[in-house]
Design a protein around this ligand. Structure first.
Ligand code: FAS
Ligand code: PHB
Length: 388
């Protein structure tokens, strides 16, 4: 089997890269470890930066998002002393779209099926070979057969636990890590959202976030020990704790109901450099992870796709140095999103090592954000997404 670009991973970055390249006349094959149902069962991101919205529209997969998504012009920040709104439209002249990652992935699969792109699910034993030559190839097993895929380039879109990053020689890789001493307990419930926009709450008991997917589907998170057993968090225990952490006026009107999904995700900041090794290019979570506080994970995967698809398309047109520029260009934006996500996580969460001074610094930073147009402009331009 042969293709131009072999894509490892059928999540948002792999599928969007494949869709973008196919529309530019470049052939791809996507190799995905899991079944399609399994990939589509994942509940993850919910906020699309304006750059992501544009990329999806340009890739021809924006129609349902534009019909069913919700444009948000701002968000609410709450703390012990105050609650205030940051207006994205006024401060950054942009907005964000509320449209779940699951929906984005579904739209991408549908579009790829329409193009007839080969997407091979339930592959096993993926290995990448001869990356530092002009004839790289991938071996894997699928349908009970060992297979080989010859290609010009390999895109490692296989997430944090994938094989691609590990295929770069250890001595050529630098990994930067910050592990946070807590996780996020997330709940999805078929209940009307508690507000028309998101609410990020800094509370003495821990962080809380009220989000949504549509007018009848709410998404909530609370800071919790990353190793907590889910059994500890029955629905009523979760709702009671969430109520304690949200502002009173919000908690009073919150509609609760049975959780239809509940999970605890660890929080970490992680960046692997470089994002290229020979003919292998890392993209999305394969190269970096951010705490979800700043709603950046999925959106960073999309900006990587923007840079990588641009580099591959111009590379095939004979402009070689665009491929050489990929890692530097992508990492410049990745680090800015890592910074914002780290800053917002420190601003909104309780850390076990916090002293009284640290808590006063948090309160002061939130008070400054509440009253400074300049501070709100900085927040807004990062939250809606910095330019590509
Ligand atoms: P993905 O991990 O989505 O996709 C990688 C794909 O590669 C997977 O389908 C996997 O099965 C496949 N794969 C792995 N190894 C393979 C192999 N060896 N061979 C073939 N295929 C292989 N981001 C936000 O912005 N907001 C959030 O609220 C948020 N919540 C999250 C909650 C959780 C529990 C997790 C894990 C992540 C969350 N994220 C969030 C981040 C998330 O949305 C990612 O940024 C996004 O999925 C990145 O997309 P990909 O790079 O495609 O990686
Ligand atoms: C979500 O709706 O899943 C969501 C929204 C904002 C975040 C993180 C997650 O910062």
């Amino acid at each position: 089997m042969r293709t131009q670009v072999a894509i490892i991973g059928g999540g948002p970055s792999g599928l969007l890269l494949s869709q973008t390249l196919n529309r530019a006349g470049i052939e791809t094959v996507v190799l995905e470890r899991r079944s399609r149902d399994y990939v589509l069962s994942r509940i993850r991101a919910g906020i699309l930066e304006w750059g992501t919205v544009e990329m999806l529209r340009q890739a021809g997969v924006g129609a349902r998002m534009d019909r069913e998504g919700f444009v948000h012009d701002g968000t609410r920040i709450a703390s012990r002393h105050q609650s205030f709104r940051i207006d994205f439209a006024e401060r950054a002249h942009r907005n964000v779209m509320v449209y779940g990652q699951t929906e984005v992935t579904q739209d991408l699969y549908a579009a790829q099926d329409k193009l007839g792109t080969p997407i091979i699910h339930c592959v096993d034993g993926v290995e990448l070979h001869d990356l530092d030559t002009e004839t790289p190839y991938v071996t894997f097993s699928a349908d009970g057969r060992d297979q080989r895929l010859e290609c010009d380039y390999i895109a490692g879109c296989d997430g944090f636990h994938g094989v691609s990053r590990r295929s770069i020689p250890e001595e050529r890789r630098t990994e930067h890590v910050r592990t946070y001493p807590f996780g996020w307990l997330g709940v999805l419930s078929e209940t009307p959202p508690v507000g028309s926009e998101l609410i990020y709450a800094n509370h003495a008991r821990g962080f809380a976030l009220a989000s949504m997917r549509n007018t009848q589907l709410s998404r909530y998170y609370i800071q919790a020990p990353a190793d907590d057993p889910l059994e500890k968090w029955g629905d009523q225990t979760f709702w009671d704790e969430l109520r304690r952490r949200l502002p009173e006026d919000v908690a009073e009107q919150m509609v609760t109901g049975p959780s239809i999904e509940k999970s605890i995700a660890p929080l970490r900041s992680f960046v692997a450099e470089p994002m290229r090794w020979g003919r292998l290019f890392l993209c999305g979570d394969a190269a970096h992870i951010v705490p979800p506080t700043g709603a950046k994970g999925l959106n960073l995967a999309v900006s990587d796709v923007h840079y990588l698809s641009d580099a591959l398309i111009t590379g095939y047109q004979g402009i070689e140095d665009s491929l050489d520029q990929y890692s530097t260009r992508a990492l410049a934006r990745v680090w800015k999103a890592v910074r914002f996500s780290w800053w917002m996580t420190n601003l909104m969460h309780r850390f076990p090592e916090h002293t009284d001074f640290d808590l006063r610094m948090q309160e002061t930073e939130i008070d400054y954000l509440a009253h400074s147009q300049a501070a709100q402009t900085v927040f807004a331009e990062n939250y809606v997404g910095l330019p590509y």
